[in-house]
Design a protein around this ligand. Structure first.
Ligand code: GLU
Length: 507
């Protein structure tokens, strides 16, 4: 294929995903990471994972490990990260506090930022007053013009202070977004943002600018919710005299009712989807499809490698992508069908192994599947083969295959009877079994012909007899083709089940 990449970018691109470790890995993080990964790899560049753990109130222990694990599971491994290291580290913001402090103080020294000593009580009261007056909540710049002497004195006395950036009055701030073009902001409605907190931690605004600059990020992509903060970042780049990376704001993911995808409204944990048995190829494909269609083939089904051959930011669709589970299920089924039975079996084992240990609701089912595989992998694979075509998510397997594994089926009388008398059904089942047992050539044709002939001899509708047989052997209304099911179970087990059904009817 013709290389249609921008030759200036080859080998130069540096992208980063910058999640905050606040709990389960978010599908939004996977979405962001995928796009950054694909773009960086398309240009033989570098994909970086930075952990933004400066919000100590939202910090959740261990969730950093879970972010590594999630990217690993999806094969979106970063080239630089807190785990693999790199030349631009540390990649964990809590380990870069001195750097942020240095830059915050530099801005103060240059008159572009200032110490603020306002207490939280004062700020709270200010906020309430503004709310009562229906004014937008903004810092009233009470500390912006303190004398140097006063600032020095209060700092020396150990008074708590934050550092705020100075926002100029009456200035048009232009944010260049690769997808949205120029977005203009009036500086008069931009707050004098805290950039360094009194605990010495930076806020997102300072940290993201300092880190993206020092890590030489070329394409800074993040969620749309940050667009309104972008003027602050534009100003910070200007204050430091640094060149801005190209900015891209991805659209907010939405539920089918168009509300924002959030923990409260739906499932945002990647682990939820993993536990349900969505496979990674389908998940990645689904996340990509939220904003991108293959520009050449127009196909909906593609791998991330295929995406890497064509993906450009500008092709992204930014109108409200819908996180539609029905579509995800459909895609998952498509991907499952594309897999060989052997590959699907590997996915099922991975699923069962993982869920049996960390699953939240399907642990027992996963253990059951593991025990089935361990007991007789061949048998499991044969049973699976018959269900491969209709499987949508892996967690359906325990239910779909359980009838192969029960010693004694629980019969539904109505299904067995098919509106006939119990004694008639018992008799015809016995007869079918006799004739099938005597068959010399056991094929689909001879098997079917035998059952049809038997139905004729007993003046039964063929359909009724097949249903009744299905019910006797599986205790289900719907199963894969019965002849094939019997072959998986084996004749002995199948005929034993017919006897069980007869006994059930006779008692
Ligand atoms: N830590 C930010 C978040 O989790 C990242 C935003 C960004 O990519 O700059 O939303």
């Amino acid at each position: 294929m013709k290389d249609n990449r921008d030759s200036k970018l080859i080998g130069k691109v540096r992208t980063r995903v910058a999640p905050s470790p606040t709990g389960d890995p978010h599908v939004g993080t996977a979405f962001q990471a995928l796009l950054d990964f694909v773009f960086a790899h398309r240009y033989e560049g570098t994909f970086i994972l930075r952990i933004e753990d400066t919000d100590r109130k939202r910090f959740v222990d261990e969730s950093e490990d879970v972010i590594f694990e999630a990217l690993e599971w999806l094969n979106l491994n970063p080239d630089e990260s807190p785990k693999v290291g790199g030349e631009y580290g540390p990649y964990r913001q809590s380990e870069r506090l001195n750097t942020y402090k240095k830059y915050a103080k530099q801005l103060v020294a240059e008159g572009k930022a200032y110490y603020c000593f306002c207490s939280s009580e004062r700020l709270e009261k200010m906020r309430q007053d503004q709310q009562a007056q229906k004014k937008p909540p903004m810092y009233d710049r009470n500390c912006r013009n303190l004398t140097q002497e006063e600032v020095d004195r209060r700092l020396a006395s150990g008074e708590k202070a934050v550092i705020r950036m100075k926002i100029p009055d009456n200035k048009e701030i232009i944010v260049h977004d690769l997808l949205r073009g120029e977005v203009k902001f009036d500086s008069n409605i931009v707050d004098d943002q805290v950039i360094l907190k009194s605990d010495g931690y930076p806020t997102y605004h300072l940290a993201v600018v300092v880190d993206d600059h020092l890590m030489e990020i070329t394409h800074m992509k993040r969620g749309e919710e940050w667009l309104s903060s972008a003027p602050k970042h534009v100003l910070l780049y200007e204050y430091f005299g640094w060149q801005m990376p190209l900015m891209i704001h991805t659209p907010t993911l939405r539920n089918p009712d168009r509300s924002k995808l959030s923990k409260r409204k739906g499932n945002t944990s990647l682990w939820y989807y993993r536990e349900q048995g969505y496979i990674k190829e389908a998940l990645l494909n689904f996340l990509a499809l939220l904003v991108w269609k293959h520009p050449i083939t127009n196909n909906e089904i593609f791998t991330k490698e295929e995406m890497m051959e064509s993906f450009e930011w500008e092709q992204m669709n930014i109108t409200g992508p819908i996180f539609d589970i029905v579509k995800l299920q459909w895609l998952n089924g498509m991907w499952i069908r594309k897999k060989s039975l052997e590959d699907l079996l590997i996915d099922i084992k991975d699923w069962a192994t993982w869920v049996s240990v960390v699953g939240k609701e399907k642990q027992e089912e996963a253990k059951k599947v593991l025990s089935w595989i361990e007991k007789d992998p061949d048998f499991f694979q044969k049973a699976l083969a018959l269900t491969h075509e209709r499987l949508k998510i892996i967690s359906e397997i325990p239910e779909l295959l359980s009838f192969y594994y029960v010693d004694k089926l629980t019969y539904d009388r109505e299904d067995l009877l098919q509106k006939h008398e119990a004694q008639d059904i018992a008799r015809i089942l016995g007869e079918v079994k006799n004739r099938l047992e005597k068959l010399e050539s056991w094929t689909q044709e001879t098997w079917e012909a035998t059952i049809r002939k038997c139905a004729d001899d007993f003046s039964f509708k063929h359909k009724d007899l097949f249903m009744c047989m299905r019910s006797a052997i599986t205790a289900r209304k719907a199963t894969p083709p019965l002849f094939e099911v019997m072959n998986v179970l084996g004749k002995e087990e199948s005929f034993k089940r017919v006897d069980d059904a007869i006994n059930f009817l006779n008692n």
